[in-house]
Structure formats: structure tokens, C-alpha cells
Design a protein around this ligand. Structure first.
Ligand code: PSU
Ligand code: MN
Length: 290
């Protein structure tokens, strides 16, 4: 049911750094065609950092850990979005499926990968409990020995509420050379992190200690290199437009991203791409020093 590429298998066997990458952002996070370039750029960045990338998704009834380029190119808007609850059905039904952070971490747990990189984690939606929507990313993260590098959580979420829930779940939130959890596009203004770190070695040491103490997942929040400080009003407009057009559930994130990309003249798209690739590089360096 699970196929691990030879390169990833060998790296795991030799105890080298391996960094998992998700496919939801490839299939659903960028305009058609651009997601694959971001996926390949992330893989190159993990290698830059000194580790082996393992991009994960479901094709032809198999969970693949370490997709080839032609396989990665099959991830487009037609792929199902696979959270942890959706993996088994996609496998049995032979449907192409792009894994979210939670779906990817479930596979990491099954195969023993301890590091992952992404753009933003899922979390608590604004206005909770209407909608009563909290991402499955958080529950899986709490139960999985893995360190995830992200630029915080998705920008359209309630970031302080998500940070509180991460605390409730016992998930350390480490700030990469910052005291605040980044707000995805913006570097500053987020809730406080549980500890600030200055180096990849420090992140790897804290993760190792957390796991020895029987802890599960950790987040490293890396701020974008170029902070966009004027996106929040656009996010509010995008969410209002989504509500007005009756967009709900899984449709909200692609709708909001598309709205932001259009209304910012492409600045949010470039920022999103750059931060994902920067996070992959850092995750590569942390995994390599573990
Ligand atoms: N951040 C983005 N675009 C995305 C996601 C995050 O900028 O597409 C995806 C990630 O795969 C994340 C998922 O795990 O959204 C969370 O979705 P949900 O809230 O439905 O659990
Ligand atoms: Mn959700």
C-alpha cells in the first residue's frame, strides 16, 4: 500500500535527514502549473539544506513517499484533498489524492519520517464555532513525532486561537530567530512562541529532547524573508466575498488565495512561493543536523 522511493528508503536506513513535503499545496495552493514548480523548488531547497526530500501523495491506489517528477506532475486541481481521514478511501478507490499537512504527517508516522516543511498549517477558523472548523492538521501533529517548519498557520485563520490550541495539545511552537509566531505573509504581530531558537542545531536538539520526553509534534515558525504588512485588510475582504458567494469548507482556502493573488497584483503568490521554499531549506538543514 505504501511505496517508498529507493533514495528515501536508503536515506532513512542510513539515518540521514529526510524531509516530507505535502501535495495539497501543489494541487490546490497555486494557479494551474505553478504548484509543480513550487514542489520541485521545495525539493531542491531541501537538498540545499543537506537532506533528502520525500514528497508524498496517493496515486493509483498507492501511497507514494518520494514522488518522481512525472508523478508530481499529475497533481492538479482534480486531485482529492486528503486529510488523515481520507487516505484509506483514496487508496482503496484508486483516486489521485493530494495530502494536507495532516495527511502527510500520518504517512510520516507510518514510515518513520521526522521532519516536514510547508507554507502554513491548518488551524482554528475565524469565527469559530461558526463554522465549527478546526483543521485535522493539529490533532495529527500532536500525536506524531515530527517537526514541521512553516510560516505559522494559514493567513485566513484565527492565529491566536490556533496558537492557544497548539499549547493545549502540548505542541512546542519554536520561533526561528523571532519571539512571535509569524502571520504567514507578515513577519510580525503574531502571538508569542513557546521558545525562540537561533540555529538549526538548536531546533534539532529540542526536537530530540521533546521526543525523548515522549512528546509528539513540534512547529518551527519561520517568518517570511520579505514581510508583506498590508495583506490583512485583503484577507477580510476575501473572506467576506467567500461568504457572499456561499463558498464553504474545502473551497474557502483556494478561493481566498486566488482573491489575494489577484488583488495584490501577484505579490501574495510570490510571497507564498518564496516562504514555502525557504521553509523547505530550513527543514533540510534541521533534519541534516539531527
Ligand atoms: N496553506 C496554504 N495553502 C494550502 C494549505 C495551507 O497557503 O493549500 C493546505 C495545507 O495542505 C494544509 C491544509 O494542511 O491546507 C489545511 O486544510 P484544512 O484547513 O481543510 O484542514
Ligand atoms: Mn477545515
Amino acid at each position: 500500500m505504501i511505496r517508498i522511493s529507493d533514495e528515501v528508503q536508503q536515506a532513512l536506513h542510513e539515518g540521514r535527514g529526510v524531509v516530507a513535503l505535502e501535495t495539497t499545496l501543489v494541487a490546490h495552493g497555486f494557479p494551474p502549473g505553478e504548484g509543480v514548480a513550487v514542489g520541485l523548488g521545495s525539493e531542491a531547497a531541501v537538498r540545499d539544506g543537506g537532506s533528502v526530500p520525500a514528497t508524498i501523495g496517493v496515486l493509483d491506489g498507492t501511497v507514494i513517499v518520494g514522488l518522481t517528477v512525472p508523478e508530481l506532475e499529475r497533481f492538479n486541481a482534480a486531485a482529492r484533498k486528503l486529510g488523515p481521514r481520507d487516505l484509506a478511501a483514496a487508496v482503496v478507490q484508486g483516486a489521485p489524492g493530494a495530502t494536507t499537512v495532516g495527511g502527510t504527517l500520518s504517512v510520516c508516522k507510518a514510515v518513520g519520517i521526522r521532519f516536514m516543511a510547508t507554507g502554513g498549517l491548518g488551524g482554528v477558523h475565524r469565527g469559530w464555532p461558526t463554522p465549527p472548523d478546526v483543521s485535522a492538521d493539529l490533532g495529527v501533529l500532536a500525536q506524531t513525532r515530527a517537526l514541521v517548519v512553516s510560516s505559522g498557520v494559514k493567513s485566513l485563520l484565527d492565529v491566536p486561537a490556533t496558537a492557544e490550541l497548539l499549547e493545549t495539545l502540548g505542541v512546542p511552537v519554536l520561533g526561528w530567530r523571532t519571539d512571535e509566531l509569524p502571520l504567514f505573509y507578515a513577519a510580525r504581530g503574531g502571538p508569542p512562541v513557546s521558545a525562540r531558537i537561533e540555529s538549526a542545531e538548536e531546533a534539532a536538539q529540542i526536537a530530540a529532547a521533546h521526543w525523548e520526553l515522549q512528546g509528539g509534534g513540534l512547529v518551527v515558525g519561520r517568518p517570511p524573508d520579505e514581510s508583506l504588512d498590508d495583506v490583512e485588510p485583503l484577507i477580510e475582504l476575501a473572506l467576506a466575498a467567500a461568504a457572499a458567494e456561499n463558498v464553504h469548507g474545502q473551497g474557502v482556502t483556494p478561493f481566498v488565495l486566488d482573491y489575494l493573488h489577484r488583488e495584490s497584483g501577484g505579490r501574495t503568490l510570490a510571497a507564498n512561493r518564496d516562504l514555502i521554499i525557504g521553509n523547505a531549506r530550513l527543514a533540510g538543514a534541521i533534519a541534516a543536523s539531527s
